[in-house]
Design a protein around this ligand. Structure first.
Ligand SMILES: [Zn+2]
Ligand SMILES: [Zn+2]
Length: 311
């Protein structure tokens, strides 16, 4: 009985989808996501500016009470490196337009874009485009993650995770002293610090340093859990050679799973392809240094020659 009800409910929903009942709702949701995405991009810049300011002007100068200067210099250099990489890859991930290479006649026809699309492309209703190698639509970059920007997106989240982890490990004494500032021997504003150029200005505002350090630390913790989780999930998908959409599409039947296995060229090859390490490109040049590279290679699901290879 319950099963029959479920079937009739599904049929009812299918019928409503077919006759376009949900179109205004879906259009409104997509519009809302596009507009929200614009604010979230500004929010990301605001958050990264706050983390950088607190780390460089409050936490690192304060840590001289606990750590040698040479260590703080190395910390500062790594901090600048993470900051630059995060900004560079974030900018690239959100500004490179999606690629939607046309497929061949007989492939899936996208009625919204009005052309044949390759089987590694997926139509995004928020971006209103077919996106090659689509992984997911990300509201934090306000566009899709796909072949055009997946490498930048991954390096953005990986660098952000490393930066958050560094703040949590290196900034613990600062966090502890400012969280328990009532009983602490010292805080940023009760100690005369060398090489703290903004100490006078920052300490003019009551409680600013304390709130900033505690908030910066807790925010880093949240980022480590959430962005770190996303990074690990991406590491897994890249290691098996597929995107999140591929993963969803190719789950279930034996046929689908064997199609997913065909995409997997082995751990090393998958990573080399994803990071663009071909034609004498080195890990240092393409991953350690911020570099813009053309999209990675995507193969057709049915083992035809490459459908996309611009390198
Ligand atoms: Zn389309
Ligand atoms: Zn999209």
């Amino acid at each position: 009985m319950c099963h029959e009800r479920m079937i009739s409910l599904c049929n009812f929903i299918d019928q409503k989808i077919d006759d376009g009942t949900f179109v205004p709702l879906v259009t409104a949701v997509n519009h809302f996501m596009r507009q929200t995405g614009k604010f979230l991009v500004l929010f990301v810049y605001f958050i990264s500016a706050f983390l950088a300011f607190t780390s460089f002007f409050i936490i690192i100068p304060y840590e001289q009470l606990y750590k040698p200067i040479w260590f703080l210099i190395i910390l500062g250099v790594f901090g600048l490196y993470f900051l630059f990489n995060i900004q560079y890859h974030y900018y690239k991930a959100r500004t490179i337009p999606p690629v939607a290479n046309p497929g061949e006649e007989g492939d899936v026809f996208c009625e919204k874009c009005n052309y044949w699309k390759s089987d590694r492309a997926h139509h995004c209703s928020v971006c209103e485009k077919c996106v090659l190698g689509m992984d997911h639509h990300c509201i934090w970059i306000n566009q899709c993650v796909g072949s055009h920007n997946h490498r930048h997106f991954f390096l953005f989240v990986a660098n952000l995770t490393l930066a958050a982890g560094t703040i949590i490990i290196a900034g613990y004494p600062s966090f502890y002293d400012h969280l328990f500032s009532d009983t602490s021997q010292t805080t940023y504003c009760t100690t005369i610090l060398n090489n703290a150029p903004l100490q006078d200005i920052i300490c003019d505002y009551d409680g600013f340093a304390k709130t900033s350090v505690v908030f910066c630390y807790l925010l880093s913790f949240i980022l480590l859990i959430m962005v770190g989780g996303l990074t690990l999930w991406n590491v897994y998908l890249i290691s098996i050679g597929c995107t999140y959409i591929d993963y969803l599409k190719l789950t279930g039947s034996k046929k689908k799973l064997s199609a997913r296995r065909r995409l997997n060229k082995g751990l090393k090859s998958n990573w080399k392809n994803f990071l663009g390490l071909r034609r004498n490109r080195t890990f240092f040049k393409c991953v350690i240094m911020p570099t813009a590279l053309p999209p990675v290679r995507y193969e057709s699901l049915d083992n035809r020659p490459d459908v996309f290879d611009v390198v």
